[in-house]
Design a protein around this ligand. Sequence first.
Ligand SMILES: NC(=O)C1=CN([C@@H]2O[C@H](COP(=O)(O)OP(=O)(O)OC[C@H]3O[C@@H](n4cnc5c(N)ncnc54)[C@H](OP(=O)(O)O)[C@@H]3O)[C@@H](O)[C@H]2O)C=CC1
Ligand SMILES: O=C(O)C1=N[C@H](C(=O)O)C[C@H](O)C1
Length: 250
Amino acid sequence: MEATVRIILHGARGRMGRAILNVVGQHPGVTIGAEVDQGDDLAAALEHGDVLVDFSVPAATERMLTLCAARGVPVVLGTTGHEEEGRRKIRETAAVIPIVWASNFSTGVNLLFWLTERAAEILGSGYDVEIVEMHHRHKQDAPSGTARTLAEILAAVRRAQWDRDIRYGRQGLVGPRRPEEIGVHAVRGGDVVGDHTVIFAAPGERVELVHRASSRETFAHGALRAARWIKGRPAGLYDMRDVLGLRVRS
Ligand SMILES: NC(=O)C1=CN([C@@H]2O[C@H](COP(=O)(O)OP(=O)(O)OC[C@H]3O[C@@H](n4cnc5c(N)ncnc54)[C@H](OP(=O)(O)O)[C@@H]3O)[C@@H](O)[C@H]2O)C=CC1
Ligand SMILES: O=C(O)C1=N[C@H](C(=O)O)C[C@H](O)C1
């Protein structure tokens, strides 16, 4: 008999919260213990579940993590758009409780992360790399968390310097492209769930790795899979590549 996992859903009335509520019935042993949004009593809600799943806003992260750490509640963290201070809080809290922090919970995007790392290693510095993402008109943060993760992967393989080499969009007399640049471009419009393209361009050829999400339920399934995975883990910072077994350890 499999253990049950009761979810505290933070951001329950949002687009992702609703997607999770739509699919949770397809995950045997996973139930919703509490639904929390802005203005609800998160501290009280934490008494009704084993794992908190968060798809809300970056401004809510600090308090949410403080409460979860105090009560030993593991966190599956999907919210994107944190500044450095918020990112630091997530890393520090992972010393106390287990956190799966993933900019994208879809299996396909996590394969894209893996393929991007391999392609960057194989193609090398002779190829110019650019990332293009497109999302719906309501998205608050840019570039997407997924685009940031892709840029981090490329920067690590190419030993790029983040502040100098990450190039967000281009405008004006920018001059020729420096080979070290990693271009990151955000497009917004309509109801696009989430598209990401990584371009490797050299004289004479171009490789493009593309992922297109057509339903938020793909992220919801991944987040529920992560919730089941994290229950009972030791404190630490994990991501979806750990959950899926795609982590390459050197
Ligand atoms: N990692 C991944 O795979 C994915 C990540 N995301 C990320 O998830 C986040 C949410 O996306 P989405 O669902 O589209 O956004 P929505 O704006 O649809 O939902 C956000 C939800 O958070 C609630 N909220 C706002 N402030 C607080 C607060 N202080 N405490 C608790 N809840 C709060 C909102 O309530 P109210 O409306 O009342 O303000 C709303 O219900 C974004 O950062 C997005 O980038 C999205 C998809 C996949
Ligand atoms: O806000 C969204 O919608 C999405 N956000 C995540 C991101 O910022 O990467 C993941 C997905 O692309 C949808």
